[in-house]
Design a protein around this ligand. Structure first.
Ligand SMILES: Cc1ncc(COP(=O)(O)O)c(C=O)c1O
Length: 424
C-alpha cells in the first residue's frame, strides 16, 4: 500500500473527529512491512528472528500487532522492557541493549530472564555481582563496535570507531570481554550484536560490518572455544522518505546472507540470525495530521503555521529530515505556491518543512505529514507545555480506533509538587 494512495478523505474525517495534531497508523501497512522483511531473510536463511526495535514506536497497540506477527522486541530501557512483557513477548525473544544500564535495569532484566546485551566491562562486572547475589545466571551477548561507516546522518551513525556504542573489536577489547565473561560462572554467553546506525540506504556498510563480526565469531570459536546461539546484526535499514530508490530488505538479505553462509562453513555451525528493524516496520505506516492556523507572507517567505511542532515531530529539527506533505482535499490542484511549514514551538528551528511547492493553503486546511510512524510520537515531549497528541489506528478492516487519548492540560501538572509556602 503506497501512502500516496491512501484515502485522504478518511484522514479529514479523523482530523475532524479526533482533533489535531493526531498521529494515524495503518495496521495493514505494519503487517505487510513485517512479512516482507521477515520473508526476505527467512527464505534465504532458515534460522531467523526479527526483534522489533521498540524505540521507533512503542504504542501498545502497535507492539501487539508486531507480536502477533511473531516479532520479538529490542528494548533500550526498563520502560520498554515492561512494554514488551506487557504485550506478551516471550523472554527469550527480548534483547536489552543500551550503553548505560542502571543496577535497577540490570536487576529487572535478570529477573525477567531476557537477553542482556552488554556494552562495557564495567557493565559486565556489575551484572556479575547482581547475578551472584541473586544466584541466577545471566543470559548475555556483547554489543561490539565494528568500526564501519554507515553513510547516514552523523547523529544516527552508531558503528563508527568514534561512537559511544559497543566494545571495539580493535585492540582486542571485544575479545577480552568474551574471555572475561567466559571465566565468570554467572554468565551464559549466547550471542554477539552490532547496530551500525539508522536510515542506512545502501547495503555495503552492513556487508562490511557483517564480515568483521563473523570473522570475530570465528576467532571466538577457534581461540576461546565459544560457540554462539545467535548473531544479531541490529536494525538500521532506511525507508525512502522522498520516493528515492534505496536498499530494500531483499537487497539487504541478498547481500549479507551469502557472507554469513561463507563464514558458517568455516565455523562448522550455524548461528541464528537476529535482526532489529524499527523504522522499516512502522515508518511508512504513520501520518501526522495537523491543522493550518494561519498563513503569513513576509518579504522573504510564506509561512504556514500549523498546530504541531518539533515537540511532536522532532526529526526535521534534529536530523534535517525530509517528510512529504499533502494538503488534504487539494491533492488534484495543479497550481502551487512555495511555503515553509512552521511549527508552533517558540524556537526559530521549529520548521517542519522548507521551500515546499504545495497547492494554495489557507487557514483551516489540514496537512498530512507522511512517513511519520517511526521516531515520531516516540520522540515527542511536552516542551512549551503542550500536551501530547492522540494516536489513531486504521484497522485492517477499515475501522478506526483511538489507541492513545490526547493528553489534557491536567497531565502537565500531574507529577509536580508545589511547596506549601509557595502556594500562599
Ligand atoms: C540497538 C538498536 N537496534 C535497532 C535499532 C533500530 O534502528 P532502525 O529503526 O533504524 O531500524 C536501533 C535504533 O537506533 C538501535 O539503537
Amino acid at each position: 500500500m503506497n501512502p500516496l494512495k491512501m484515502d485522504f478523505s478518511d484522514l479529514i474525517k479523523i482530523a475532524k473527529k479526533n482533533g489535531t495534531p493526531t498521529y494515524v497508523y495503518y495496521e495493514d501497512r505494519i503487517r505487510e512491512n513485517y512479512r516482507e522483511f521477515y520473508s526476505a531473510f527467512n527464505k534465504r536463511y532458515k534460522r531467523v528472528k526479527v526483534l522489533y526495535a521498540y524505540k521507533a514506536n512503542s504504542n501498545l497497540a502497535i507492539c501487539h500487532i508486531l507480536r502477533e506477527e511473531g516479532s520479538g522486541a529490542d528494548v533500550v530501557s526498563k520502560g520498554e522492557l515492561k512494554t514488551a512483557l506487557n504485550v506478551g513477548v516471550p523472554s527469550e525473544d527480548i534483547i536489552f541493549t543500551n550503553n548505560c544500564k542502571t543496577e535497577e535495569e540490570l536487576q529487572s532484566a535478570l529477573e525477567a530472564g531476557i537477553l542482556i546485551n552488554i556494552d562495557s566491562l564495567d557493565e559486565l562486572q556489575l551484572l556479575g555481582r547482581i547475578s551472584n547475589k541473586k544466584k541466577k545466571k545471566a543470559k548475555i551477548s556483547f554489543r561490539i563496535n565494528p568500526g564501519v561507516d554507515p553513510k547516514t546522518h552523523s547523529k544516527v551513525a552508531t558503528g563508527l570507531r568514534e561512537s559511544k556504542f559497543g566494545i571495539h573489536i580493535e585492540n582486542g577489547l571485544a575479545f577480552n570481554a568474551y574471555r572475561l565473561a567466559g571465566e565468570m560462572q554467572s554468565m551464559e554467553i549466547l550471542g554477539i550484536h552490532m547496530h551500525i546506525g539508522s536510515q542506512i540506504t545502501e547495503v555495503s556498510p552492513f556487508v562490511d560490518g557483517v564480515e568483521k563480526l563473523m570473522e570475530f565469531v570465528l576467532r571466538l570459536k577457534n581461540e576461546l572455544g565459544i560457540e554462539l546461539k545467535f548473531v544479531d546484526i541490529g536494525g538500521g535499514l532506511g525507508i525512502p522518505y522522498q520516493e528515492e530508490r534505496i536498499a530494500t530488505p531483499e537487497d539487504l538479505a541478498n547481500a549479507i546472507i551469502p557472507v554469513i553462509k561463507k563464514w558458517n562453513k568455516r565455523l562448522s555451525y550455524e548461528p541464528e540470525l537476529w535482526l532489529e528493524p524499527g523504522r522499516y516496520l512502522v515508518g511508512n505506516s504513520g501520518i501526522l495530521l495537523c491543522r493550518v492556523q494561519s498563513v503569513k507572507e513576509t518579504p522573504y517567505k510564506k509561512f504556514v503555521n500549523v498546530d504541531a511542532g518539533f515537540n511532536i515531530l522532532l526529526r526535521p529539527a534534529m536530523y534535517n529530515a525530509y517528510h512529504r506533505i499533502r494538503v488534504l482535499g487539494k491533492e488534484n490542484e495543479n497550481s502551487t505556491e512555495r511555503y515553509d511549514i512552521a511549527g508552533n514551538i517558540c524556537e526559530s528551528g521549529d520548521i517542519l518543512a522548507r521551500d515546499r511547492e504545495l497547492p494554495k493553503i489557507i487557514a483551516g486546511d489540514i496537512l498530512a505529514i507522511l512517513d511519520t510512524g517511526a521516531y515520531g510520537f516516540s520522540m515527542s515531549s511536552r516542551y512549551n507545555s503542550r500536551p501530547l497528541p492522540a494516536e489513531v489506528l486504521i484497522r485492517s478492516d477499515g475501522s478506526v480506533e483511538l489507541i492513545r487519548e490526547r493528553e489534557g492540560f491536567e497531565d502537565l501538572f500531574l507529577h509536580q509538587r508545589v511547596p506549601e509556602d509557595l502556594k500562599r
